[in-house]
Every structure is written in structure tokens, then in C-alpha cells.
Design a protein around this ligand. Structure first.
Ligand SMILES: Nc1ncnc2c1ncn2[C@@H]1O[C@H](COP(=O)(O)OP(=O)(O)O)[C@@H](O)[C@H]1O
Ligand SMILES: O=P(O)(O)OC[C@H]1O[C@](O)(COP(=O)(O)O)[C@@H](O)[C@@H]1O
Length: 445
């Protein structure tokens, strides 16, 4: 049975400025058609299999298409647009900032664009950081650098009233926030406060998560670069492992709750023998535990490579009891834990081994975007500006089935995206690694 949800995107109104601005074809260079507000696409989200074995959508939803509208809500002369990057950094953030600034400037003629320093913290009343004025010269070559020229930070997002006071004080009427689950929760609360005060401020989200853990976004920017950066590390771990007696290469990548980087890297570099992700719990000890399988693999083939996502196996490690400034639980380093356990186990078994642990997490995260992510970021940034100028609010720019769409921010944060243990990505990883852990129907042992 189809379950219909409300996918409508709130709007500040329709062209309430004295005379509606119709974007001329010269401004558009005649290159693309405008998107009409009534343009929607129908999605099948989740699938069932019918009695003949064919996939059928479980939920059908209509979603608004992203893109430039022929009528815009804001008069460009009165716009003060601001952009903030929040949470951990991610390859592509500078590309997004650049695209947003260039689209406001060249496409709409907006001349007041500000960067907010260090995420939501830059909008707190006693922030020591003034706004950073942005224009095409400032952002000219920032895409060549990793990180974000604005800086990014955790914390501050829950001080909503203070943030909205600042937006009012600074006359900001468009706020573009680039961030993940926490950032978007913050953006949603800001939107609610703006609505409560009856302000005409558009709140637009651009999804950022190197962990790829946001739902309704088929793959988020930075993930492709992360995999590209992780591949040579796994290759090195393999070389190290092969060149020592019973060598074990152990590599940790980011992925607090979702193991997409690890899963995709394992596929990209088929040297991985054990891919450990948060979604797939595993035993350490016992006949079906990691250590026993590792012993067999090392004695059989002389070496092994383990790729672990930072959130994997956290049930095996005592909790730290600590949280970061955003309220995310801080984890023990699973790589260090596994390294110690492996060394201890092989020593007890009287088997010589050499464990080489490599943690490239921050080298990966601080890289500049590869060309796939650069293209993606350029398009996300422009779509965010189109949405804002059309007066959309509480809208997240999503990518589903290769179409850019508007999603209500509240919907995007309603659930997390995880590697589906019954899905084809994980099945392909298991077939590639031939790992015998928790393999359900894929027991190669
Ligand atoms: N539930 C929440 N409500 C409001 N703001 C939040 C919430 N969770 C996190 N934030 C804010 O969002 C920002 C980034 O959150 P964080 O979880 O660190 O990164 P990400 O957005 O990448 O998930 C921080 O400034 C934080 O204060
Ligand atoms: O060391 P930091 O800066 O807290 O970042 C580590 C975190 O960043 C991430 O890569 C992404 O986290 P966010 O999406 O919350 O920014 C996590 O996988 C990881 O736990």
C-alpha cells in the first residue's frame, strides 16, 4: 500500500517584491530551461518484491525538482546572503562556497555575501569572528585547497534564539548552511524560530557528510574523494603485510555510524580481507571471531589486510563516556584496540606476526575534492542559491536517482543512511573480501 507523505517545501511567498523579477534569457545565457514550481518527480522509495519477483515501490512520493525559477522572491539589491560550514571538514567544502558565491553574484547580481566563521559559533552573540565578506575574487581559487576558508566547528547550534537574534541584527535574509545531521537539525530549529518571529529569512541546507550517513541523498560529496585517498593507503598496508612474516596491515577510515567509506574502499582496492563496519557487529574471540579467522588466513596465505571503519566493533570496547561539542559520542580508537588484541592473541598462540596500523583519517578528510566531487559541489551550490532566491525555506538540496531535488530538512534528518547488510553493496564487499564474519547467506568459509 502506498503511504503518501507531505514533501512540500515551505516558501516565503511568491515574488512579493514590488514587481516580480523575471530572470531574462540573457541572464540565463539561454542554456537551461527554468524549473516551474509545479515540477515534481515521482519516486519509489524502498521496494517490495511482487509475487512475480519484480520490484515495486513501497512508498511513492512526489518531490519538488531543484533548479532556477523564472520568478524570484528576493530583490537581489536587498539580499544579504550568508553561508556557514559546520561539523567536521570534508573534501569539497570550498567548492560549495565558491559555487554559492559565484551563483549569487553572477546569476542574480547579489553583492552582499558573507561567510560565517566556524559554523554556528560565528553567529553567537559574543563571537570573536567578524563576518567574512565574499565575492568572486575572494573565492577565485579556493577549490584547490582542502577544508573550508570559513573554518568549521562543532557546538553553538543549539543556541537558536541567539543565532536568530544575530541574523536579524546583521540583516541576513538568506542563510545557507553546509553540514550533516547535526547542522541540519540546527538549521531546522533556526527555521522554526524564524517562523515563530515572522521573519522573511530563507534557510537552505546543503548536505555534507563524509560518512554518507544522510538519508535521501544517494551519495554525499567528499565520499568519492575519501575513497580515492583511502585506496593507496590500503595498497601500502598490503605491501607492508606481504613483506613481513605473517604481516597484518590494519587501516582505519572514518565512518562513525555508517561504513560506506570502508565498504567502497574495500571494493576499489580488492586487497582487503576483512572489512569491518559499524552496521555489521562481529565477535573478536571464539571459533567464529575475527582473531581465529585472522590466524587461519595468516597461516594459510602469509598475510592479511583489515580495513576498519571507526565506529565498527565499538560494542567490544568500553565506552569513553565522553561527547564532543555537538553531543556526538566520542569513541575509543578501534584501530589501536584491534592492534593490541591481535598482537596479544598471536603472542599467546606462539605465532610470529607483524602488525602495521595506519590511520589516514585526517589526511583523507583534509584533501581537496576530486573531479567527481568538484562537479557535484558546483551543482549543489548553484541549486541552493536558486532555491533561496525563489523564496524556498527549510529546504535541503538532495540528489536522488541523479536528479537534484528539494527536500524538507526535517525529513532528511528523520533517519540515518546505513550500509544495508542485505543489499548489493555489502554483498559485493563480502564476495570481494571473502570474509567469513557474520556473513549470513554468504558463507565462503
Ligand atoms: N540536535 C541539534 N540541534 C541543533 N543543533 C545541533 C544539533 N546537533 C548538532 N547541532 C549543531 O550542528 C553543528 C554541527 O553538528 P555535528 O554533529 O558536529 O556535525 P554534522 O552536522 O556534520 O553532523 C554544531 O554546531 C552543533 O552545535
Ligand atoms: O575528530 P573530529 O573533528 O571530531 O571528527 C571526527 C568525525 O568526523 C566524521 O568523519 C564526520 O563527522 P561529522 O559528519 O559529524 O562532521 C566522523 O566519522 C568522525 O567521527
Amino acid at each position: 500500500m502506498n503511504k503518501k507523505m507531505d514533501f512540500s517545501i515551505p516558501s516565503l511567498g511568491v515574488a512579493k517584491i514590488s514587481s516580480p523579477i523575471i530572470m531574462s534569457s540573457t541572464q540565463n545565457d539561454g542554456q537551461a530551461d527554468y524549473v516551474d514550481d509545479s515540477d515534481h518527480i515521482l519516486y519509489g522509495i524502498d521496494t517490495d518484491i511482487d509475487k512475480d519477483g519484480h520490484p515495486v515501490p513501497r512508498h511513492e512520493e512526489t518531490v519538488e525538482l531543484a533548479g532556477p525559477r523564472s520568478k524570484i522572491y528576493f530583490n537581489p539589491a536587498h539580499v544579504h546572503a550568508a553561508i556557514a560550514t559546520c561539523g567536521g571538514i570534508c573534501p569539497g567544502l570550498n567548492n560549495v562556497i565558491r559555487a554559492v558565491v559565484r551563483c549569487f553574484w553572477y546569476r542574480y547580481g547579489v553583492r552582499r555575501i558573507s561567510g560565517i566563521r566556524f559554523g554556528y559559533q560565528g553567529l553567537l552573540e559574543n563571537s570573536p569572528w567578524p563576518l567574512m565578506p565574499l565575492d568572486p575574487d575572494v573565492v577565485d581559487d579556493i577549490q584547490e585547497k582542502g577544508g573550508t576558508i570559513l573554518g568549521s566547528a562543532r557546538g553553538g547550534g543549539k543556541q537558536v534564539e541567539e543565532i536568530v537574534d544575530s541574523l536579524e541584527r546583521l540583516n541576513i535574509n538568506i542563510l545557507v548552511t553546509v553540514g550533516g545531521d547535526g547542522t541540519l537539525r540546527g538549521a531546522w530549529e533556526i527555521y522554526e524560530e524564524v517562523k515563530k518571529r515572522g521573519l522573511k529569512i530563507s534557510i537552505i541546507g546543503i548536505p555534507k557528510t563524509i560518512d554518507n550517513d544522510l538519508s535521501f541523498i544517494q551519495s554525499s560529496f567528499g565520499v568519492d574523494t575519501a575513497v580515492q585517498m583511502a585506496v593507496p593507503v590500503v595498497r601500502s598496508a598490503h605491501v607492508e603485510a606481504k613483506n613481513s612474516v605473517h604481516g597484518i596491515g590494519l587501516v582505519k577510515v572514518m565512518g562513525r555510524e555508517s561504513g560506506f567509506i570502508a565498504a567502497q574502499t574495500a571494493l576499489a582496492q580488492s586487497d582487503v580481507n576483512f572489512c569491518l563496519i559499524p552496521e555489521n557487529p562481529f565477535d573478536l574471540d571464539g571459533p567464529n571471531g575475527l582473531l581465529e579467522h585472522l590466524r587461519r588466513r595468516v597461516l594459510d596465505r602469509g598475510h592479511a589486510v583489515i580495513l576498519v571503519s571507526e565506529g565498527a566493533g565499538q560494542d567490544l570496547v568500553p565506552e569513553t563516556g565522553e561527547k564532543d561539542a555537538s553531543g556526538n559520542v566520542k569513541y575509543h580508537d578501534i584501530g589501536v584496540f584491534l592492534k593490541e588484541k591481535i598482537i596479544e592473541y598471536f603472542k599467546k598462540e606462539g605465532i610470529e606476526t607483524n602488525v602495521k596500523y595506519i590511520d589516514p583519517s585526517y589526511i583523507i578528510r583534509s584533501a581537496s575534492a576530486d573531479s567527481y566531487d568538484s562537479i557535484y559541489c558546483a551543482r549543489l551550490g548553484a541549486h541552493a542559491v536558486h532555491a533561496a532566491m525563489a523564496g524556498k525555506t527549510q529546504a535541503l538540496i538532495g540528489l536522488l536517482h541523479n536528479r537534484f531535488i528539494h527536500l524538507p530538512i526535517s525529513l532528511a534528518v528523520s533517519s540515518r543512511n546505513h550500509v544495508d547488510l542485505e543489499g548489493s553493496l555489502w554483498r559485493d564487499v563480502l564476495e570481494n573480501t571473502r570474509q567469513p564474519l557474520s556473513m549470513k547467506n554468504f558463507n565462503f568459509d
